[in-house]
Design a protein around this ligand. Sequence first.
Ligand SMILES: [Zn+2]
Ligand SMILES: [Zn+2]
Length: 279
Amino acid sequence: MYNYHTHTHYCDGLAEPEEFVEEALRKKMKVLGFSAHASVPFDNPWSLKDENAQEYFDKIRSLKKAYKHNIQIFNALEVDYIPGISTPFATLKKQWALDYIIGAVHLVKKNNELWFIDGPEANFIGGVQNIFNGDIREAVSSYYNQINEMLYKEKPDIIAHFDKIKMHNKNRFFSEDDKWYEQLTEKTLDVIARQETIVEVNTRGIYTGKCETFFPGVPILEKCLKKGIPVMINCDAHKPEDLLEHYYEASETLKKIGFKKLAILTAEGPEMIDLDKYC
Ligand SMILES: [Zn+2]
Ligand SMILES: [Zn+2]
């Protein structure tokens, strides 16, 4: 069992790295990847703080070494791509000797404003009004365009929660069946296929009750299969109990779609393994 997406109390998670390792060992997991939110150059309650970074990475590296015979621990980051603001992913990878990077867009930039799509619902709705003059189509297009730019410029190893933009929408402001929306996601999937990025099936929205479907949902996963895009399951754990949460449901969903293999990352690079061996 594998999870490449984990947040500890060094960012917005709720437990020590050691507590996640203990729980992962109890659950007989093969891989546990730590992926703190990379620091951003403004105050916020969710990212790694520059002054704690050295201590954090030292701790993850020492756990990796101490448990190498029991579980494969990875040292990674979930990095926000914000044009003109975020540190180049390659710089971070080198600076902290990262095993991989999960690329994410939580903050959509327009001129000098940032639309926070993953915070309180009021920020999501208010941002569409105030930053995009109520134009939901422009707002959603900007989200996917920023992801495309990230894929081309930064080439992350994994793309975080592909369609998180739907979380606060709840089918009110746009429909995922709208032609323009389908065209946007289709285009981003084509970029993902070209850049050979792994798409994670992120189970967090479901088990926190914030979303009724996985990120991404079934129609997009069907397209991933058609386009030969590698997929993995991640729980985006913020506390030890989150580990492997909703993996059974995710694997059943993927089986029904027709997936036979899932992607894993090894010290030597990405590999495909049988779906049943992943969970
Ligand atoms: Zn995220
Ligand atoms: Zn995350």
